[in-house]
Design a protein around this ligand. Sequence first.
Ligand code: HAM
Length: 421
Amino acid sequence: MSTQPVRGTRDLLGDDYAKYSYLNRVALDVLPTYGYQGIETPLFEYTSLFQRGLGETSDVVGKEMYTFADRGSDSLTLRPEGTASVARAIISAGLTQTLPQKLFYSGPMFRYERPQKGRYRQFYQLGIEYIGLAHPLADVECIALADHLLKAWGISDYQLHLNTLGDLESRQNYRQALVDYFSCYKNDLSADSQNRLEKNPLRILDSKDTNDQLLCQEAPLFDGYLNETSRHFFDQVQNGLTTLGIHFVRDQKLVRGLDYYCHTAFEFKTTSLGAQDAILAGGRYDGLMQQLGGPAIPAVGWACGLDRLALMLNDFTVPDRLKVALIASEEGLEPVSLKLAQQLRHADIACEVFLKGDLSKRLKAADKGACQVAVLLRPEEYQANQIKIRYLQQDFSPVGDKETIVSLSDLVPNLLSLKKA
Ligand code: HAM
């Protein structure tokens, strides 16, 4: 039996775990200011949800899903993303009657991709879905929230790439133009792109193959095929972003890897992570609900890769929080040390009770366990309703003493007042 985790998966420990908690904590503060409420959907769904929702021609459905038959022979899939599940949940909970809905989620997703820095088979997304509003300013608000959150996380190395995929009519016209163009070079295209030419020619624009990229340089641009409605929608999105002072670059080659998008498509990209440069991505998906058998409901949203954001938190340190060691000098006082510890914890003071070994060993363990202060319970003070505080880290001592004696009733306020000098 191997003790290694499965390829593309990792254990999150120590500082790594703290980074994910930090990202979620900050998001939980910011998201309600935009009116978002949380949703948890199951980690696995019927396979057909993703097949219908994300599109048979997407890479995710075509080659990346973790699909299995359960013991009842149902075909199930570990969720590769959150949007289809949220759309399904809205329909099954009957929330289509109470729109708009603003929902966020955070948790693991699963895709069978080739693992590398910033790309994993179990990875973590935090995402939002704004469901029920067709207005272009809903797209702007979603993007503004993304920009706000990235800044609140202390992340600054990113650029917003923006494009439009137009409405169905515009997309069909553009699709035909691409088929006409690329068909002339069919034999020069990579095998993947030859396949895309039949199924989803827009995805050729996203090809990583250098020869495909050369051919793409001369390919027709979407702008020439946008109808009036689509152009007007996109103008309003761009104007809204400009009004809010959110800088973007127009990227006509940005097509997104999932099939449900229309109109606005965007990706926040960084230069600090190498090949896996998309840290947050999304767009409008007005057709998804209907595709899943629900009513026609417009929606827009995004998801960010927490693993990639965690890699960008270079200067991250766990905030210095006072941690107190409780040590009783005699076995008879150990229950009292436990009781005191409960009092401290109820006062929001982190503490650890050290129960084993002689005093000096326990003080050493407390020091190693990152306690800055030890509270020593000894019969001589305890009988007089007093207690000894020893400063294990001198910069926590208010006047530079090594230790001090306080009355039991002053212990909590005294500890609460301690700060690093
Ligand atoms: P996506 O572009 O497939 O979109 O993924 C969003 C983000 O998840 C990516 O930009 C990246 O940061 C992260 N990500 C994706 N795959 C991996 C991986 N294998 N390892 C690490 N991070 C990864 C969606 O998933 C859409 N559901 C977003 C959306 C929500 N659109 C509308 N609403």
